[in-house]
Ligand binder design. Sequence first.
Ligand code: ADP
Length: 272
Amino acid sequence: SSSLLIVLTLLVTLGIGAFLAKRHAELEQRVDRLKNDLISLASHEFKTPITSIKGSVETLLRRDAQWDEEFKRELLEGVHEDIGRIQELIDEWLDISKIESGVLHVSLEPLRVRPIVEEAWRRLPKAQQEAAIFEADIPPHLPLIHGDKNRLEQVLVNLYTNALRYNQQQPHIRVTATGDERFVHIRVEDNGIGIAGDHLDKIFDRFYRVDVTASRLTGGTGLGLAISKGIMEAHHGRIAVESKEGTGSAFTLSVPLYSLHDGDNDEETQNF
Ligand code: ADP
């Protein structure tokens, strides 16, 4: 029976070895995909603002030219905007890399829903806030959620930005929330262009955009919803969408209730 034991141990060891090798290969594949995406991101998205910064700076540096103050200011404002765009790309890239490699960190604490919904709206540029109708209809006695304030606000800012961006009328955003025995569901509804059914299941994939030409003009990267999904999964929550082309979309964030958490997992690193 001792030889049986040896054979069994050998088999188990081989099994674990094969399993680990497979995990390793999967991880390597992921890293390869990330690298390829970074190359395509670098070549498409970074090139435009960098080329334009270079052009403006070269113009300003020309020795023979005598630019008036207003023109110089215009060029510098353009440079400032382009740098902002590059920063945004880097931040999004870092987030998506953390999500893909399973190390996105969330600091979970008990939170009230209404302040997050409103604070996220105040994070948008003033001009965008003023151009839209924003309505938050959050019941006062909702249970506390178990969330990372900054990360949840980031998801909401992303949903609000999309609601404004993919809209051809005066944007109208309505946020509502309901609770059940496990989650609070935060619903963000817009009167935008909507999303056709055959695109709906793909918009959470990174780099997926329904209309690539249009989103180049509006400045999207196709990473926002992929990051939002990763953040919601790190919360053990969900993000879902309903939409009707030409009428509008509604995104629902489901965040676990604070009362259900087990007490010692407030610092979490996502792993799936
Ligand atoms: P992007 O940076 O392109 O906005 P996202 O990941 O945030 O990337 O969204 C992916 C795509 O889903 C968008 O390019 C757009 O086509 C579509 N989309 C997202 N939100 C909305 C919305 N509220 N209304 C209509 N289309 C949307």
